[in-house]
Design a binder for this molecule. Sequence first.
Ligand code: GAP
Length: 512
Amino acid sequence: MADDNQFKKVISHAKEYGYVFQSSEIYDGLSAVYDYAQNGVELKNNIRDYWWKAMVQMNENIVGIDTAIFMHPTIWKASGHVDAFNDPLIDNKDSKKRYRADVLIEDYCAKIESKINKEVSKAAKRFGDAFNKEEFVSTNPRVLGYFEKINTILTRMGNSLESEDLADVKALIEELEIADPLTGSKNWTDVKQFNLMFGTKLGASAEHAMDLYLRPETAQGIFVNFLNVQKTGRMKIPFGIAQTGKAFRNEIVARQFIFRMREFEQMEMQFFIKPGTQKEWYEHWKETRMKWHLSLGMGADNYRFHDHEKLAHYADAASDIEFKFPFGFKELEGIHSRTDFDLKAHEEFSGKKLQYFDHEENKSYTPYVLETSIGLDRMFLAVFSNALTEEALDNNTTRTVLKLPAVLAPTKAAILPLVKKDGLPEIARKIVEELKWDFNVAYDEKDAVGRRYRRQDANGTPFCITVDHDTKTDNTVTIRHRDTMEQQRVKIEDLKAIIKQEVDVKNWLMKM
Ligand code: GAP
């Protein structure tokens, strides 16, 4: 269920604690473009590293590359983006607001879905322990009616979009009496297709300039380098190529903070396989990627798969890993079985062979491709929004704590001298000097220690280390754990091992 209040808190906390700023804020901002601030960039880097370690470093048969944002314009013709990378848009004539027609219809279906959920919770209350959810949803006439309605609507929308019958998409919106979510007006224009790629020009003079696009996905940089990597890396199928990098889309309905941006970052991996094995690899990568998410301990209930019925032009199977954002379950990552569509298309448009010689089979073929594609910014939002917690304390106060997975936290430990005198700052500084070789740590001496604890809690720092007068005689410090607020007295020389135990990537990825 959407929680607008929580979402507002997420956005303001991200700004207040130096995670995400609106781009060009002093010029009143640029819509759907954001900057990562001092803490945000650390969190983003840590998420990217966590992905890279799991996908590249831990897999002998996956290598990484980093390709250019500018690419030959024919690539986008071959990939289908020039002709098919469109959104069906509709304008409201009264409010002058523009919407994605398919999203309006999907949101309508989501409302029917919430009616189903209400029926289920009412029945669960009525029947108590005897309640069998599966039986209820498969037999209750009202619930079955709702399911049928959703199915009819989505099937019709899918068929109309597939056959480019945009007049029928508009007719559906009108039949369902879908209103502008902001104003309630039902005064709609026709539905039109709108290409999402940003164009730019390469060259000094207007007449000789070449029209280019900013890449809308990183995947094509991998496809066009497939043979280069395979040959120079002596890669044998099955093998993967991964990359992370910026992608650009002229999103019309860019809202929900960093969930849908015009400039964003993807983490993609293309896995090249023998034709005919795509089903098993599809299942393998669905499972493996879900395990990666679960290893971060953000709650199994917050994830679900959404298998696609309407497939993109390149896919023979596709599923999203959806995450429960404050505004409901939404796509976080896509797993796509892309067949040989891309390599074949690049062969055709470039006139170059992109085939693999399989020594075991003694023949050449165009590999099939299994893709995993996750938005780094979306992952950031998932981690950040899940972590932001308001906790009621025993003394009738509350604390705001950002319970980031310790492996991803921007600052692993804050070192706090109890007072700014008596040689305590010097000892604290020495601890910082020692720990900073291994971890991103902070020194903080301003305000009472309780306030400093709260500040670090809100910042997501897993450990606070306090140096007090006893430290001078026994070389021990107090280490406070962010989530439990438990405090322990430990030796300075043991700090590194204690922190490492909690933040080490290995310990987290081993949970996969
Ligand atoms: N190469 C396949 C591909 O690009 P996609 O489903 O269009 O597939 C993959 O995008 C992922 O990229 C999405 O699951 C999402 O996490 C992220 N993404 C897509 N558009 C985005 C946007 N406008 N802003 C932020 N993230 C986006």
